[in-house]
Write a new protein. Structure first.
Length: 104
């Protein structure tokens, strides 16, 4: 998969997962496993970019004696999900066009 396309897919997946509730890195990668493979080396740079853009924010909370960094979807992140849905609808149309043309 093209790097830019994959980046967009991963960001959209992370945003969607966070729309269900606050989460931390390991849990996000586990929850995404049925959809897309997310290694820590892939996930954390995405979370950092999303946080820098204001789409997510983070806070630390203790769990079993360890501090965990939790991520929270912001209103800007919710808007990004809506924007992504519009973009993916357009991409889906192009994909179907290419696919149909290819099979004829």
């Amino acid at each position: 998969m093209d790097v830019q396309l994959k980046r967009g897919v991963i960001e959209a997946c992370v945003l969607k997962l966070l729309s269900r509730g606050d989460s931390y890195g390991y849990l996000l990668s586990r929850d995404a496993a049925d959809i897309i493979a997310l290694s820590e080396s892939t996930l954390y740079p995405v979370l950092k970019r999303l946080e820098a853009s204001g789409a997510v924010d983070s806070y630390r909370r203790e769990h079993n004696g360890r501090l965990r960094k939790y991520y929270h979807l912001t209103e800007a992140g919710r808007k990004l999900i809506d924007d992504s849905l519009s973009e993916w609808a357009e991409i889906s149309k192009v994909y179907e066009f290419i696919r149909e043309d290819h099979h004829e």
